[in-house]
Ligand binder design. Sequence first.
Ligand code: MG
Length: 286
Amino acid sequence: MEKWAIGVFASIDAGLGVHLEVARQLGVPTVQIHGPHKINRTQSAAESFLKKCEQAGIRVTAVFGGFDGESYADIQTTARTVGLVPETTRAARLQEMKEIADFAKVLGSSTVALHIGFVPPDRNSTDYRKLLDTTRNLLDHLGKNSQQLNLETGQESADHLLEFIGDVARDNLFINFDPANMILYGTGDPIEALEKVGPYVRSVHCKDAKWAAPADRGKKWGTEVPLGEGDVGMETYLRTLHRLGYHGPLTIEREIAHEPERQKSDIGHAVRLLEGLREKILGAGG
Ligand code: MG
């Protein structure tokens, strides 16, 4: 595959992504998709989606898990509702993630990804140890499918994410790096974080954001903005990825699904921005 194949985050039926048709119109060769609801998570639905992708010349590079009951309304609600961390939903969501992984396998995707939730800060706590067990349980299922799990960044610092990955101690756990999330959640400078976790980065989001006011960081969201208009610094981001040897897909995220026309137009601009930077950094034909 070409280096830095551009992609977009797409949805089959749920989540913040664009429809596959929009990806086709944008002419991108790859998508990450948000795993569909249970009712659409069938072998035949996967085969039909795969056929549409093949007809459009689009490859699925990762399937993201997501669950009913998750809310990103504010940072506190996110911590309470997202991923495999909340205890009351953990067992059911673990089972769902395994089904999403099996769905991803039909799509030919060896990568499953996830916002696992806010990893508990205390490595000696029961909550932390239970999350380790749950993660290993999921990874062992993925291993049987020859799949890996890429953890979305943002909900913890780069250092704590590395501690967690080390403590899980499985060889199919990696990172989906999202620079804007480091800013939105206030968990660290995105470029410094990328340099720390670089060896584990197997997929990335191209998304941009502005920091919240210093007193609000980590308490209130920063602001997601069109690619190139935020505080990430897209050229520095791509140059850092290049230096770290990452040349996998560049997947654009623009989380304004409630404004589909603007979303499509912003993503179109983002595609052109990334194409320009790719040529500048890798050279023509990169
Ligand atoms: Mg992301």
